[in-house]
Ligand binder design. Structure first.
Ligand SMILES: Cc1ncc(C[n+]2csc(CCOP(=O)(O)OP(=O)(O)O)c2C)c(N)n1
Ligand SMILES: [Mg+2]
Length: 334
């Protein structure tokens, strides 16, 4: 009985987190459409389960690294929603002081080291973090989140090899949404076999339903336990699908018949609706879940208000943080 209630409470937490990511992004999508937000946004709507389940398996000190589609990673690891919204509005109170926009977010206080939209760029950095933990004798784990497109970059394979040979505590989390921009995976690879890259480099790998948040969590727990106990890295493929365009708020209905049909199928596999159904079956009251939705709506409204009321960076600060400046040395005009 007790075990069951722990599981149910965990699922409620997952539901809450996935809703936070969904509602936040749906509002940002509206704000992009109304041109209140001008920074380019890549939405993870439909893909909320991997960030939620993986980050739930981590401790605050564990560090994560993301890419261009990382609002969900930031929120799930515990980043503050208000400073994320402020960053997307390019305000000084934003998590990157209004200089990064949607694709360069960080919350080092909770282990979000950073996100970089150069495809595969943060994978080797996560390996570096794993190497640092090892050298310092720390038991932390680092996580690289990346898409299926990133597995076609050399960085990915070099990183798997280096992490494998040194048995580093790294999780390679591939959110395989079956597309890299407009190109389907079958147009880019002879085989749909990303987990086999783990075998090729001698490291553990798994392929998991990326829309089943509990399955996502259990796989991440297993990989984290292996990493912390010195058993080395794991490559996890979470199979999922994005609902909106590669970039921007539009539904991806205009990029060919194949993708349109696929999208219709995947919307039926909505991870949030599935979790809601599970919770109702487990006896959670509908009113409890509706209340969570109200809480999330309020939080997102509060974040938007905070962002709108925040100042913009001054034009005179534009070169700050661009070049290395030793302390006490003032920058000279050239
Ligand atoms: C090195 C590099 N090449 C190309 C691009 C342009 N680009 C940005 S996102 C993207 C697709 C990435 O696909 P995937 O890794 O599957 O992530 P998803 O967008 O599906 O989440 C591409 C090609 C880039 N940013 N960096
Ligand atoms: Mg992809």
């Amino acid at each position: 009985m007790k075990g069951q209630s722990i599981e149910r409470d965990r699922l409620v937490d997952f539901y809450h987190m996935m809703l936070r990511i969904r509602v936040f992004e749906e509002r940002v999508a509206e704000l992009v459409e109304s041109k209140d937000v001008k920074t380019a946004c890549h939405f993870c709507i439909g893909q909320e389960a991997p960030p939620t389940g993986v980050c739930a398996a981590l401790e605050i000190e564990d560090q994560i690294f993301g890419a261009h589609r990382s609002h969900g990673h930031y929120l799930a690891k515990g980043g503050d929603m208000r400073t994320l919204m402020a960053e997307i509005f390019c305000r000084r109170t934003g998590c990157s002081s209004g200089r990064g926009g949607s694709m360069h977010v960080c919350a080092p206080e909770v282990g979000v080291v950073g996100t970089v939209p150069i495809v595969a760029a943060t994978i080797p950095i996560a390996v570096g973090a794993g190497m640092a933990y090892r050298l310092r004798g720390e038991s932390n784990v680092s996580v690289a989140f990346f898409g299926d497109g990133a597995t076609e970059e050399g960085h990915f394979h070099e990183s798997l090899n280096l992490a494998g040979i040194n048995q580093l505590p790294v999780l390679f989390v591939c959110e395989n949404n079956l597309y890299s921009s407009h190109m389907g995976i079958d147009e880019r690879r002879l085989k749909d076999n990303i987990p086999q890259s783990g075998d090729a480099h001698g490291i553990a790998s798994m392929s998991v339903d990326g829309n089943d948040v509990e399955a996502v969590y259990q796989a991440a727990l297993e990989a984290v336990a292996r990493a912390r106990s010195g058993g080395g890295p794991t490559l996890i493929e979470y199979r999922t699908f994005r609902w909106r365009g590669h970039v921007g708020p539009a539904w991806d209905y205009d990029v060919g018949v194949k993708r349109k049909d696929e999208l219709q199928e995947w919307v039926q596999k909505d991870p949030i609706a599935a979790t809601r159904r599970q919770l109702l079956e487990l006896g959670v009251a509908e009113a409890t879940l509706d209340e969570l939705r109200h809480l999330v709506d309020d939080e997102v409204r509060g974040a938007e208000l905070y962002a709108r009321q925040s100042p913009r960076p001054e034009a005179s600060e534009v070169l700050d943080h661009v070049f290395y400046q030793p302390q006490g040395v003032t920058q000279c005009a050239s």
